[in-house]
Design a protein around this ligand. Structure first.
Ligand SMILES: NC(=O)c1ccc[n+]([C@@H]2O[C@H](COP(=O)([O-])OP(=O)(O)OC[C@H]3O[C@@H](n4cnc5c(N)ncnc54)[C@H](OP(=O)(O)O)[C@@H]3O)[C@@H](O)[C@H]2O)c1
Length: 303
């Protein structure tokens, strides 16, 4: 079997010339001392890309791991993100400084707009451009952006995002969005790349796992890597950290890649928090309206 020439140190070149690892660590929910320990294990194993966000409330822990490890800063690739409630020009600049302080580093490698907020898109992006101009982020990009969001962004800006990070696995394979990004030279980064382990018992995943003598998580990650999609599986468990990084000694055959491409269910684990909030507000307004109406009806009945 011919092995693809990628390894844990493989990088892709972003559209601004910056090199980004193709494989790294997601850190959602890694907090406290166990969180620091997980990042240190990952760095020992050879992970170099660490993905955090102000929303994860763990930038301080990531900063401590960066300080404690013996990997030189320039070999690390640190990503953080501005949350949707922190957007707008001034707010984003302030949010970025808070992130930098918590991480206790001088620059981040990649700063992302965590979720699109259409009304603030222009201002938020201007702030990111300024952060990049000043050299405080080596690359800027977006997350959870649809083709429409990207079109709107490209209409107002000459700076093309370097990366779009969105949920991707064989079970959420958004071919059109991936194609669009590739055509615009926007690198695709997958979050929830092993689908939080929720589909490990799927029949095809089990079959391929047996055939290649690899675990389901490794099949998921390898599928993403072979599509040249950056993978950031999260784990706080040392064995899982090893397992997830042990994906460079086998190659999925093209027919198996196609079979995996075909199991897409278009089902998302992560929902847009912005829309969730709007939906909750709408539900509350509906409940309030119902209670006002029932009060009115009761009064009418009593008359
Ligand atoms: N931009 C965004 O909006 C966004 C949204 C979601 C996530 N993300 C980023 O993407 C990263 C990854 O996504 P995710 O955390 O949602 O999901 P994921 O990486 O697909 O799955 C993580 C889950 O799988 C478990 N796991 C990891 N390796 C395993 C293995 N080999 N065998 C069995 N279970 C395993 C982990 O538990 P253990 O810790 O016990 O191993 C954890 O519960 C996040 O951590 C975050 O950095 C970004």
């Amino acid at each position: 079997m011919k092995l693809l020439e990628i390894n844990i140190n493989s990088k892709i070149t972003l559209n601004n010339g910056v090199e980004m690892p193709l494989f790294g660590l997601g850190t959602y929910a890694l907090r406290g001392e166990p969180g620091i320990q997980a990042v240190l294990w990952a760095l020992e194993i050879g992970y170099r890309l660490i993905d955090t966000a102000s929303f994860y409330d763990n930038e301080t822990e990531i900063g401590k791991a960066i300080k404690r490890c013996d990997v030189p800063r320039e070999e690390l690739f640190i990503t953080t993100k501005v949350w949707y409630t922190e957007q707008g020009y001034e707010n984003t600049l302030k949010a970025f400084n808070r992130s930098l302080n918590r991480l206790d580093i001088e620059y981040v490698d990649l700063y992302l707009v965590h979720w699109p907020v259409a009304e603030l898109r222009n201002q938020t992006w201007k702030a990111l451009e300024e952060i990049a101009r000043e050299g405080n982020a080596h690359a800027i990009g977006v997350s959870n952006h649809t083709i429409r969001d990207l079109e709107e962004l490209l209409n107002i800006s000459e700076t093309i995002p370097t990366v779009n990070q969105f949920e991707t696995s064989p079970f959420l394979y958004q071919k059109q969005l991936i194609e669009y990004c590739k055509n615009k030279r926007i690198a695709v980064e997958a979050y929830s790349p092993i689908r939080k382990g929720l589909k490990f018992s799927n029949k095809l995943i089990q079959e391929l796992s047996n055939f290649y003598n690899k675990t389901p998580a490794q099949i998921f990650i390898r599928w993403g890597l072979q599509h040249q999609i950056i993978q950031i599986p999260k784990s706080g468990n040392k064995d899982h950290l090893y397992e997830n990084a042990n994906v460079f000694d086998f190659e999925l055959k093209s027919e198996d890649m196609l079979r995996l491409d075909d199991i897409n269910e278009n089902y998302r684990i992560i929902d847009d928090p912005h829309l969730q909030k709007k939906r909750k507000e709408a539900e509350l307004a509906e409940l309030e309206l119902k209670s006002i109406l029932s009060e009115k009806m009761q009064k009418e009945l009593k008359k």
